[in-house]
Design a protein around this ligand. Structure first.
Ligand SMILES: [Fe+2]
Length: 278
């Protein structure tokens, strides 16, 4: 969910490097051990496969990958496990479900980013929330690697006989998803106009979500992130069974603030003639 200078993450002014031990962090020693077993797996370069496919699939702003390319990326992401990005379910973060003081903060790390796509991981402590937000003009693949979370998502309804409300800040949307997902699970895909482009994550247990965004957020390219509050239709407007809600754009919520941490998994290193993993 991020790119240079824009997006859900970078637009925040208060991003800080994670320094405190009581939150998510990669641990060098265990990860080195993991790397050894990682190299022995039958498919040791899953991250490289993901990267290569992203390069082929994402053609830049204004484009949406065709079904065949979406299937290709999903097939790679579906087989991705925590170890492929240097994580382990045994890490302290994923075992810690005790309540924290104040609202639990989400952390993120970026594996790779360019103009066409970005690959990042979000870490949600138990009870943390990534509030309802959109992905303008973007196709986003979300793979829950660890944990259990509640996902709610909406798509805009632009052509509907419903009279517009007096408040122009409200826009009609239809509920697309409203349920719990638990890792390991299949990859969720959202598109610019369908698939649940506006979504909210609520962690039930500590979670790690691998996100691939194409193109990434960009204020310069008019793909900034907006936040919303969902409101029920008023009595007499429409039956709730149609899953219609009003979405009201709001300012950046306090609980949307995230901490940036260093990525310590297999590195994608760019050379003149290509990208390698080490
Ligand atoms: Fe998102």
């Amino acid at each position: 969910m991020m790119v240079n200078g824009g997006g859900l993450l970078d637009q925040r002014k208060d991003i800080v490097e994670m320094k405190h031990a009581n939150k998510v962090r990669y641990v060098r020693k265990p990860i080195k051990k993991k790397y050894r077993s990682y190299k022995k797996t039958k498919d040791p370069k899953v991250l490289r496969q993901l990267f290569d496919s992203c390069r082929q699939v994402f053609k830049g702003p204004g484009t949406v990958p065709p079904h065949s390319d979406v299937d290709k990326l999903c097939s790679i992401l579906d087989k991705m496990r925590p170890k492929h990005v240097g994580l382990s379910k045994s890490m302290h973060f994923f075992k810690s479900e005790s309540a924290v003081k104040g609202a639990p903060r989400v952390a993120y790390t970026t594996i790779y980013q360019c103009d066409e796509f970005s690959i990042c991981i979000f870490f949600l402590p138990a009870n943390a929330v990534i509030p309802l937000h959109n992905h303008p003009g973007m196709t986003v693949f979300s793979k829950l690697l660890v944990g259990k979370m509640y996902i709610k998502s909406y798509d805009w309804v632009d052509h509907h006989p419903m009279p517009m409300p007096p408040c122009s800040q409200l826009r009609l949307a239809r509920l697309k998803a409203d349920g719990v997902v638990k890792a390991p699970c299949e990859t969720e895909v959202l598109y610019p106009t369908r698939g649940g482009n506006i979504h909210e994550f609520r962690a039930i247990t500590p979670c790690a979500v691998l996100d691939v965004l194409g193109p990434p957020y960009s204020k310069e390219d008019d793909r900034d992130c907006s936040y919303y509050k969902d409101l029920p239709l008023s009595h007499g407007e429409e039956s709730e069974s149609d899953n219609l809600r009003w979405l009201e754009e709001i300012g950046v919520p306090e609980n949307s603030k995230m901490d940036r941490i260093e990525y310590m998994g297999p590195q994608l290193i760019e050379f003149k003639d290509g990208v390698y993993i080490c």
